[in-house]
Ligand binder design. Structure first.
Ligand code: NDP
Ligand code: 2IT
Length: 445
């Protein structure tokens, strides 16, 4: 790390003790910014980097609700409004038992740069709760969402802070959250949440956008080196929103997608994943991957193991942070992987990412590769603001153009700062410059 950034990083460690994932996300960005600091010392002199690492506002609140047995349950919820230099705070809500401040802050920090890379006017924020939706009835999820929004609504607004989904938060949860916001505020403010259902202001292609975008980004990286995903053996991790639609787009482009996972293990299906079956189990029944193997003869379920022990040419980690470590990365390299794109946020450990880069594997970091989801959220906000609704074909065309733009911004910045082909450096530098310039223009705030 550049010596002028080391003391900032020490401050981050001291001020945010115990927030391991947040430290990891900040370190990765600061490690890329050495050449920028040499060229533009004003970013350090004006404490832009120091300010960027400190959220503008952090909310932590109690969420009490009653379960189906009449017992009172208490969860903790968070919203970190990290940076509004480019637009209203924008970023998802995650419901998962592992959620604590350090995870929300890592996600919010990443979101600042990801959102800048889209070229759209959105700032960075993130939220969530340690609520575990698994095994809960629709009525319990509704009561939890209503209680959460009863506090959160006062901090939101289409020009202020616009949440969406993430792990454990999909169309069902966004519906309950929107209903409660509308009821409390007595305003039909469509643009206050994204990922809404199509019936009441959602955007076509939002559900598909993150996974599709990840594969479009992968195809751009491959095309830049004269290759394509067509005919390649692909593995994805996870079997949620991002994973399913990454698999779908890869299949559309002629790839052979053979594996996916959930927290219980993974399935390998040499005949190629049957997405209708996967969607039925995961999206409709909210079931487990073991059911996939039971229903399909060509598939085998491996319990309690990582999908990254399987061989593939293109690896798309789409589950969660730090799910792919150095040993698994070395194994994938040994088995001939040529491209890795992070559909999830920070799924590769720093050591794993370094192995891919050192071995010449194309590596698309999450803040670039999965930017299609939030970008399409911004398109949803545009449709809501103009009281319009676009076709799937037009929205996908916009998404494709945006992802090509993200790839281009990363590639150009990497070249300009002497690290051609390094998408991590390119993503961090390009997005930092945009946010930092906006912050300098706004003065010391
Ligand atoms: P979903 O809740 O739809 O799916 C998550 C998937 O990952 C499930 O298969 C889940 O398995 C698995 N998973 C989650 N946590 C763990 C864990 N701790 N260990 C093992 N497996 C786990 O979430 P999304 O698909 O929306 O999100 C996946 C990733 O993509 C996250 O990193 C998210 O931040 C990122 N992302 C999401 C975007 C979006 O638009 N939704 C946009 C950009 C990034 P199980 O069901 O067994 O828990
Ligand atoms: O990590 C992410 O970019 C998301 N979960 C999507 C955020 C959004 O506002 O659509």
């Amino acid at each position: 790390m550049h010596e002028r950034l080391e003391s900032h990083f020490e401050t981050v460690l001291a001020r945010n003790a115990g927030e391991r994932e947040f430290h990891q996300a900040v370190r990765e960005v600061l490690e890329s910014l050495g050449p920028v600091v040499d060229k533009h010392p004003e970013y350090v002199d004006q404490a832009v980097i120091e300010r960027l690492c400190e959220p503008e506002r952090q909310l932590i609140f109690r969420v009490p609700w009653t379960d189906d047995q009449g017992r009172v349950q208490v969860n903790r919820a968070f919203r970190v409004e990290f940076n509004s230099a480019l637009g209203p705070y924008k970023g998802g809500l995650r419901f998962h038992p592992s959620v604590y401040l350090g995870i929300v802050k890592f996600l919010g920090f990443e979101q600042i740069f990801k959102n800048a890379l889209t070229g759209l006017p959105i700032g960075g924020g993130k939220g969530g709760s340690d609520f575990d939706p698994k095994g809960r009835s629709d009525a319990e999820v509704m009561r939890f969402c209503q209680s959460l929004m009863t506090e959160l609504y006062r901090h939101l607004g289409e020009y202020t802070d616009v949440p969406a989904g993430d792990i454990g938060v999909g169309e069902r949860e966004i519906g309950y959250l929107f209903g409660q916001y509308k009821r409390i505020t007595n305003r039909y403010e469509s643009g206050v949440l994204t990922g809404k259902g199509l019936a009441y202001g959602g955007s076509r292609m939002r559900k598909e956008a993150t996974g599709y975008g990840t594969v479009i980004f992968t195809e751009e990286m491959l095309a830049a080196t004269g290759r394509s995903i067509s005919g390649r053996r692909v593995a994805v991790s996870g079997s949620g929103n991002v994973a399913i639609y990454a698999a779908e787009k890869a299949i559309q482009l002629g790839a052979h997608v053979v594996a996916c996972s959930d927290s219980g293990g993974y399935v390998v299906d040499e005949a190629g994943l049957d997405l209708d079956l996967l969607r039925e189990i995961k999206e409709v029944r909210r079931g487990r991957l073991t059911e996939y193997a039971e229903a399909r003869g060509s598939a085998r379920h491996v319990a309690g193991a990582s999908v990254w022990s399987e061989s593939c040419e293109v690896a798309l980690p789409c589950a969660t942070q730090n799910e792919l470590d150095a040993e698994q990365a070395a194994g994938l390299v040994g088995n001939g992987v040529i491209a890795v794109a992070e559909g999830a946020n920070m799924p590769c450990t720093p050591e794993a990412a370094r192995i891919f880069q050192d071995k010449g594997v194309l590596f698309g970091p999450g803040k670039a590769a999965n930017a299609g989801g939030v970008a399409t959220s911004a398109l949803e906000m545009q449709q809501n603001a103009s009281r319009d609704s676009w076709s799937a074909a037009y929205t996908e065309e916009r998404l494709t153009r945006i992802m090509k733009g993200v790839h281009e911004r990363c590639a150009v910045a990497a070249d300009e700062y002497g690290q051609p082909g390094n998408y991590v450096a390119g993503a961090n530098i390009s997005s930092f410059l945009q946010v930092a310039d906006a912050m300098l223009s706004h003065g010391v705030i």
